[in-house]
Design a protein around this ligand. Structure first.
Ligand code: TRP
Ligand code: SF4
Length: 357
């Protein structure tokens, strides 16, 4: 049976999102909702695979992230927005897919190995085992096991997310390619065992511009160098004023180095932001003026703030409107209904193919 294209993507609920998340993912999702049948999921079960020892913020983080999705322009009338744990079929399909997933495939998953190391590196007081650090310390100071069945099964659950909706286009970043490769392998293995049910999901690599943080490093929540999607006008102004520029520039007439280069390795963050918010001809002229020492950083940043203010007003307006309506829970409930209608059908096919029914 020839099926329609379906887009599926998910994000772990880490709380409020920043401009890196917007330019790296959300912006492309917003464009996709006009072209395809789209499912976007807040994958709270995936969050548990590493964060199970402290779930106190989980619910709030789901709401905050959902509001940021809405602020960015995802429209519940155009796409299905839902919380993974509201659709138990994800767990059922993950269990079934686990039956055909070779242990070697999950054990050799490079993302798993890297994540395990990354997560362990960040915390102190660790016990090393088998060359790999195995425990993470939670906020209460207790060590907890990271090499769990749940964490190892992360990509199996991810495959279930996608296949449950017959998703064949998956907008993700480069870092997710190994996971997606595994989703394809799992789909093939399932089809081989039980008949052609699933299409192999393909990555939809979206062009992701560089989004440096306030200090010139990559924008990241853990670096504390972010501009949030829901930034107040006052704090946006403070952040723009404090952006890293070119430390070699003392006066407005000193020649500047806006682009990353040997003398200014990170490049000017304000310049990188102009590239995102202003048109090409402005950026070109600004680069030349900066290199010639014809514009001061204060004036340059003032213009940047103007460019950014329009889009941020729009984010704020949408977010406040949804939050005031008490909209998040209602939108998630409606999204779950739509998701379950599709997921239920797929599970009927799966159970039938497996002769469980
Ligand atoms: N693993 C993804 C991430 O960390 C999140 C995710 C879960 C996902 N399920 C998915 C992404 C399904 C795409 C499709 O970013
Ligand atoms: Fe950056 Fe603008 Fe200053 Fe040049 S003038 S270094 S682009 S802030």
């Amino acid at each position: 049976m020839q099926r329609q294209d379906v887009v599926f993507s998910g994000m772990r609920p880490t709380g409020r999102l920043h401009l890196g998340n917007y330019w790296g993912a959300l912006k492309s999702w917003v464009a996709l909702q006009d072209r395809f049948s789209c499912f976007f999921s807040i994958v709270d079960w995936h969050m548990l695979t590493t964060g199970y020892s402290d779930t106190s913020k989980l619910r709030d983080n789901v709401s905050e992230m959902t509001l940021d999705w809405l602020a960015a322009g995802l429209d519940p009338a155009k796409c299905v927005i839902f919380r993974q744990s509201d659709v138990p079929e994800h767990a059922e399909l993950a269990l079934m897919l686990g039956m055909v997933t070779p242990l070697s495939s999950v054990e050799n998953n490079p993302t798993w190995k890297e994540q395990l190391q990354e997560l362990s590196k960040t915390k102190a007081g660790l016990a090393a085992e088998g060359g790999q650090t195995r425990y993470e310390e939670n906020k209460q100071g207790a060590n907890y096991e990271l090499r769990t069945y749940g964490f190892l099964g992360y990509p199996v659950l991810q495959a279930a997310d996608i296949l449950l909706y017959h998703g064949n286009k998956v907008p993700v970043g480069q870092d997710q390619l190994p996971h997606l490769e595994l989703s394809r392998e799992i789909a093939r293995k399932f089809n081989k065992a039980f008949g052609e049910i699933f299409a192999e999901p393909q990555p939809l690599l979206t062009p992701t511009p560089r989004v440096p943080g306030l200090d010139g490093r990559k924008m990241s929540k853990s670096y504390g160098n972010s501009i949030e999607i829901y930034e107040s006008p006052a704090s946006l102004e403070t952040k723009v004023k404090g952006m890293y520029t070119d430390p070699g520039r003392k006066k407005a007439t000193d020649p500047g180095r806006p682009e990353p280069c040997a003398e200014n390795p990170p490049g000017c963050t304000a310049y990188a932001m102009h590239k995102l918010y202003a048109d090409e001809s402005f950026v070109k002229a600004r680069g030349e003026a900066c290199r010639a020492g014809e514009i001061g950083c204060m004036a340059c940043k003032k213009e940047l703030l103007c460019e950014m203010s329009g889009p941020f007003d729009e984010f704020r307006r949408r977010r406040d409107a949804y939050a005031a309506e008490g909209g998040v829970e209602r939108i998630l409930a409606e999204g779950a209904l739509k998701a379950r209608a599709v997921a239920g059908k797929t599970m009927d096919e799966v159970r039938k193919a497996m002769r469980l029914r």
